[in-house]
Design a protein around this ligand. Structure first.
Ligand code: PLP
Length: 422
């Protein structure tokens, strides 16, 4: 469900015609619908229950204005860096709704998170546990911890976004978990309160989630029998969404119902870290056609957006539906839609049906809200593209396009570049 509809043949974001934004902002850009973000937050919270903590995975879409919309719906933040902590805080998300994931937290990041009094550190190794103990006890605080355990389930998703198998780098091995909880109990500055897992992303069936949650339940019962006070279970994120490629993942209500059923008897507070499910189809990438060209058997539409702006197709072979913003009469023919970046992999999709595309036309990439803008780079010295937030009939640029001067501003010439080498 989204709020990008056609009216009179023209694609709108809520009540705003996309061409109006394109005129004001210039292509390419990302556009997000507040109504979709809100709706997803509401549906998810209603499914998992108001008492659960729903911590939006900030890495999926980290714009502060977007975080603020989600915060106002009661969502917290799942962060993976000190930078994301700063974003969550500037969006007004209180520490008690922040969980900190990731395999490589630094001492400085731990300190900042302790200062913010976050809800939970999701600890991924013994070394991290020991470091957190040092950092926390040195400042006289106690870090609430969940150990991220690796349930060794195959989420059945793409190899590159699977995280819960025993050979993936995430979490601590299942067999090691009880010993680490014992260690946590002995370490100063640590309070082990929970079990955490996250098995991957874009998962299209319930079975791996249920299997992982069941294993976590067994572990919690085992730990409690050993005298550990476990009162939280963090089930991570990973629920897939439809990308128009024929795969239909379970809806959030079914997902929530299944996980609540499996964990019902445990008497724990549930934590969820959804990213893609909240943000994915709340965003479009809008790009303009620069040229078309026909070559041998293929025709190309060359856009002003490239793989540096939306890397998912090049990185994961991901598919995004690409549609014209304004419909045109006539028969479509197949075009390979490419960007201007000097790489062969700068190819968004082959054989997209387009009707007489011409320079100046605008195209929309659907389901681009998650892992789109956040993974953009300035490769080829192309500026990061703006992000626009729509709310009803209003829109605002919530991240502007940097100027060329902005892009060069961090670079300096050492004075010896003027002198010839000896
Ligand atoms: C990426 C990530 C998420 C969010 O995953 P989605 O597939 O976007 O829901 C949640 N938790 C952790 C630890 C992650 O790394």
């Amino acid at each position: 469900m989204d709020h990008f509809e056609r009216r009179g043949g023209v694609l709108h974001a809520e009540d705003v015609p996309i061409p109006r934004i394109a005129e004001a902002v210039g292509t390419p850009f990302y556009v997000y619908a507040s109504a979709t973000l809100r709706r997803h937050a509401q549906v998810f919270r209603a499914g998992v229950g108001e008492d659960a903590l729903v911590a939006f995975s900030v890495k999926a879409l980290s714009n502060v204005a977007v975080l603020k919309v989600l915060a106002s719906e009661g969502l917290g933040a799942d962060i993976v860096s000190g930078g994301e902590l700063a974003r969550a805080r500037s969006a007004g998300i209180p520490g008690e709704r922040i969980v900190f994931s990731g395999v490589g937290k630094t001492r400085a990041e731990m300190t900042a998170a302790l200062e913010a009094r976050i809800y939970q550190f999701n600890v991924e190794s013994e070394a991290e546990l020991r470091t957190l103990s040092e950092v926390a006890s040195a400042r006289g605080s106690v870090a609430p911890v969940a150990l991220r355990v690796n349930p060794d389930v195959d989420a059945g998703t793409l190899d590159k976004i699977s995280t819960g198998r025993k050979d993936d780098k995430f979490g601590v091995p299942w067999e090691r978990a009880p010993a680490l909880y014992d260690l946590a109990r002995r370490l100063p500055g640590i309070e082990a309160r929970g079990v955490d897992l996250h098995i991957g992303s874009q998962i299209a069936s319930l079975a791996p989630f249920e299997a992982a949650a069941r294993r976590a339940g067994d572990l919690i019962e085992h730990l409690r029998a050993e005298g550990h006070d476990i009162d939280r279970l963090d089930l991570g994120g990973g629920l897939g969404i439809p990308y128009g490629d024929g795969v239909t993942p379970p809806d959030p209500a079914a997902y929530a119902a299944a996980l609540r059923r499996v964990t019902d008897a445990l008497d724990v507070r549930l934590v969820f870290e959804p990213g893609r499910m909240i943000a994915g189809n709340a965003g479009l990438m809008i790009a303009g056609v620069i040229y078309t060209k026909a070559q041998e058997a293929r025709s190309f539409a060359i856009l002003d957006a490239g793989m540096n702006d939306l890397i998912r197709p090049a990185l994961y072979g991901a598919r995004h539906a690409i549609v014209p913003v304004a419909e045109r009469d006539g028969d479509p023919s197949p075009f390979d839609v490419v960007g201007p970046v000097c790489e062969t992999t700068d190819l968004f999709a082959r054989d997209v049906p387009l009707t007489a595309p011409a320079p100046g036309d605008i195209l929309a990439f659907k389901t681009a809200g998650a892992y789109g803008a956040v993974q953009a780079s300035q490769y080829n010295t192309r500026p990061l593209i703006p992000e626009v937030l729509v709310d009803g009939d209003r829109f605002a640029v919530v991240r502007r396009r940097p100027s060329t001067e902005d892009m060069l501003a961090l670079e300096e010439l050492p004075d010896w570049t003027d002198r010839p080498a000896d």
